[in-house]
Write a protein that binds this ligand. Sequence first.
Ligand code: ATP
Ligand code: MG
Length: 298
Amino acid sequence: MSAARTVSETNADGLTLVHRGKVRDVYQIGDDRLLLVATDRISAFDCILPTAIPNKGKILTQLSAFWFARLNDLTRNHLITADFDEMPEIVRQTEDFRGRSTLVKKTKVFPVECVVRGYLEGSGWKDYLATGKVCGHDLPENLQRCEKLPAPIFTPATKAQSGHDENITEAEFAEIVGSAIAEKLKSRSLKIYRTASEYALTRGIIIADTKFEFGADANGEILLIDEILTPDSSRFWSAASYAPGKSQASFDKQFVRDYLETLDWNKQSPAPELPTEIVAATASRYSEAYRILTGEKF
Ligand SMILES: Nc1ncnc2c1ncn2[C@@H]1O[C@H](COP(=O)(O)OP(=O)(O)OP(=O)(O)O)[C@@H](O)[C@H]1O
Ligand SMILES: [Mg+2]
């Protein structure tokens, strides 16, 4: 079996690159559309690693497309198509885009991250340990690490241009986007999380937390944008092995972070290469998450 070709960076003749994020390359298509191209880059501790993960970008792209279709009745979204063969000719000229591209409606992005947490982990757990609350939400005492919250909570963050996103209060959130929009983004985020996490649980996956982005189209309509409910934007745990009181085995890049923690690396660029076994294990986690959630082998 030949190893899948990884794509670490894309380039295309005749298309304008408008943004190169840690994972995705974004191209302008005409006036009102964008092409989001998920590469196989992986980042950890806010550094792009020099080693790419085979198929990662394709999996993120197809998993997001799966969710957009599934949640279509719940919220309007930016998706035009993630099917390469349906893309404009100018896109199809670049074979590297195949399977890893999403053609979307361009929006004016609300500069906030709409985070929903159903379980206590990550920065939520740290906040709880320090304050007994998560982003100002009152919670019962003596919750354990990774414990399920009484109800999902909305914990917005800023969308930092560079570096770490910062948690903000709902009041700060409302100041940034306006209170009417804030209410809509919050209720929509919670609704999407509830529906998606109920479905995921029927497949044996806990969506512990996740992050959504929204933007406004030319008519001022609010659209769900970016990638959704992927291992890069969410914490996925196996329901079968879930037990609070400790960190959980996950389908995201926690595995890579754990490996990097064993090294003597200061978490500044340049990051070290990943060994073959770690690459293979990470790739198989991404494809497992896809298989379990969609019911289809990637
Ligand atoms: N429909 C859309 N309209 C406008 N911008 C969008 C749309 N969907 C996604 N985006 C933007 O495209 C970009 C995708 O890039 P990507 O997520 O790779 O990088 P990033 O979020 O800027 O930085 P990071 O590397 O920290 O993730 C994001 O800035 C996202 O907000
Ligand atoms: Mg992003």
